[in-house]
Ligand binder design. Structure first.
Ligand code: FES
Length: 199
């Protein structure tokens, strides 16, 4: 991925976040208008988004959009899942205890930070200043990463690194793990992002 692509991605999501704030302000000023277009308004307000994960292969990532933010769904290998506990000593918040109400719903407060170990669902925005981290799923030495890299994500802006569960490494600018959004499984192949309770 070129720097230009990274920059452009970063800008897009920063702009998207800014827009979300503007939309929110609009809602505060006009709390109820019966003639709103339902789908567009619901979307802007953060309606849940249904995602089909049936085509997702191991070590692939799918990006959905929810509330103007990228939500990543990553299918991890059994080996990657098995490696997660070994990384705990290197991580800033391995058990996701920091600001759990903001970053990790109760059903993801576990070693894999997920409902199903195979699938990671996180908001793809760095918790430092909002850049979009890039995939570095392959383990081993590579530019900007330690030689014992176990796979995960690298934020190109200031070098924060996250493991395959979105947990931030120690001594990095990002203060928190990547956020796990509310979500639930509608079936084996369908995830609802933005809601985690059956109606
Ligand atoms: S925005 Fe990711 S490290 Fe600064």
């Amino acid at each position: 991925m070129s720097d230009q692509t990274i920059d452009s991605g970063k800008r897009t999501w920063l702009i998207a976040s800014g827009c979300a704030g503007v939309v929110g302000a609009g809602f505060a000023a006009v709390p109820f208008v019966s003639s709103f277009e339902p789908s567009e308004r619901a979307r802007a307000a953060g309606a849940p988004v249904e995602v089909d994960i049936s085509g997702l292969k191991e070590n692939e990532k799918l990006t959905a959009e929810w509330r103007g933010q990228p939500v990543w769904i990553v299918r991890r290998t059994a080996k990657e899942v098995a490696e997660l506990p070994k990384l705990d000593p290197l991580l800033a918040d391995p058990k996701s205890q920091r600001n759990p109400d903001d970053f990790t719903p109760p059903y993801a407060r576990n070693e894999t930070r997920s409902i199903k170990p195979e699938y990671l669902v996180v908001v793809g925005i760095c918790t430092h200043l909002g850049c979009s981290p890039i995939d570095r799923f392959n383990a081993g030495p590579q530019p900007s990463l330690p030689d014992d890299w176990a796979g995960g994500f690298l934020c190109p802006c200031h070098g924060s690194t996250f493991d395959m569960a979105g947990r931030v490494y120690k001594n990095k600018p990002a203060p928190d793990n990547l956020r796990v959004p509310p979500h639930m499984y509608l079936s084996d192949n369908r995830i609802l992002v933005g809601e985690d309770k059956a109606a």
